[in-house]
Write a protein that binds this ligand. Structure first.
Ligand SMILES: [Zn+2]
Length: 357
């Protein structure tokens, strides 16, 4: 699903809080990494023209297709490569800030340690910032549907590695009813042992309904952001709780359509959530896998949800305000968004060509 971005959308400064690092890998980058690492990919991984991943349904896409694609990522340098690749793509769409989600056990199957994965991502972040000015940070995540002893092992791994670019803590993966409270002691343990407070966010209210968001809101420590959370619209009380607690929903419209949470954009509650007074920002979720981008989500917000330029800028400012970064960086980024109103144009800062030093 690729949507053309027009110049007025490109001119809007953007920020993203919800994107999974492995999910940013395009078919082209996947083939490049697989060739470098001598990984044999499934013959039907891509469409016949090679431009997209091939899948039967969303579940197939985010399980076996995702797993097969992720096998191409083997080393610390690969994480640097995919991070740099994604962030420079974002910078070319006038993104100022991105927070990426990293599952702490993602490299385990190929013998890559969590610190190596994070150091690779950090190197990609530094290189992208040097070449384009974009700023990025990392949220580390636990994954649901694992036995709790595995989750606790991951918690100890996370708590023991305090990299300055890790700024937030998340739980992702398939939602199931009533599953969130069991992670409270795990989050508490990480927060108490990491060495500094981490921003708190939770995936909720996507596959499951508003009660799942309610569980997330009342988790300790309380999250300031909910990944997706779109099904909050089904319960007025939950909407009030989101507003009263200034919690932002990281909305990923195209992802929700592909996942068949809603049949089409016309049925998606983004506009209703915004009009109800809920803080929302726009996100791509797994752009390499889905074939979308952050810029395309802004285009979708205008074309299908009637977002004006001011509302799109507001979504960016909501994301920056709720980012897990320091206050001086937030103020600098917010000033850039305000300055864009006067400038009205955008010229991407081209990254340096050729291999990095
Ligand atoms: Zn997600």
């Amino acid at each position: 699903m690729t949507i053309q971005i027009d110049d007025s959308i490109r001119a809007i400064p953007k920020a993203e809080l919800h994107v999974h690092i492995e999910g940013t890998v395009t078919p082209e980058k996947c083939r490049e990494l697989a060739a470098k690492n001598n990984v044999t990919l499934a013959p039907d991984l891509f469409t016949p023209d090679g431009s997209a991943y091939q899948y039967n349904d969303f579940f197939h896409l985010v399980t076996s297709v995702y797993d097969n694609m992720a096998q191409s990522i083997r080393t610390k340098e690969d994480y640097e490569d995919i991070t740099y690749d994604y962030l420079t793509r974002c910078a070319a769409e006038n993104a100022l800030y991105v927070e990426m989600i990293a599952w702490c056990s993602a490299g385990k199957a190929v013998g890559l340690s969590y610190p190596d994965m994070i150091e690779g991502m950090a190197a990609g972040i530094d290189r992208a910032q040097k070449d384009t000015g974009i700023i990025a940070r990392i949220n580390t995540t636990l994954v649901r549907h694992q036995p709790l002893d595995v989750v606790w092992e991951e918690a100890r791994t996370i708590a023991a590695y305090n990299h300055p670019y890790i700024v937030g803590l998340d739980v992702a993966g398939g939602e199931s009813s009533g599953d969130l409270p069991q992670y409270q002691p795990v989050f508490d343990y990480i927060q108490q042992n990491f060495g500094r407070p981490l921003g708190m966010r939770v995936h909720a209210g996507e596959a499951q309904g508003p009660e799942n968001v309610d569980d997330a809101i009342y988790l300790l420590p309380q999250p300031t952001r909910i990944g997706h959370g779109v099904r909050s619209i089904e319960d007025k009380e939950v909407i009030h709780d989101l507003i009263d607690n200034h919690i932002v929903l990281e909305v990923c419209p195209t992802s929700n359509i592909l996942a068949k949470i809603y049949p089409d954009y016309a049925s998606h509650p983004l506009r209703k959530l915004k009009d109800a007074g809920v803080l929302v920002c726009l996100n791509s979720d797994d752009p390499g896998l889905f074939g979308n981008s952050l810029g395309q989500e802004y285009q979708v917000a205008r074309d299908h949800f009637g977002f004006t330029d001011d509302e799109l800028r507001e979504a960016t400012k909501v994301a920056i305000s709720k980012a897990f970064i320091d206050t001086p960086t937030k103020s600098t980024l917010l000033k850039k968004v305000d300055a864009s109103v006067q400038q009205g144009f955008f010229k991407p800062h081209a990254p340096a060509a050729g291999p990095h030093p």
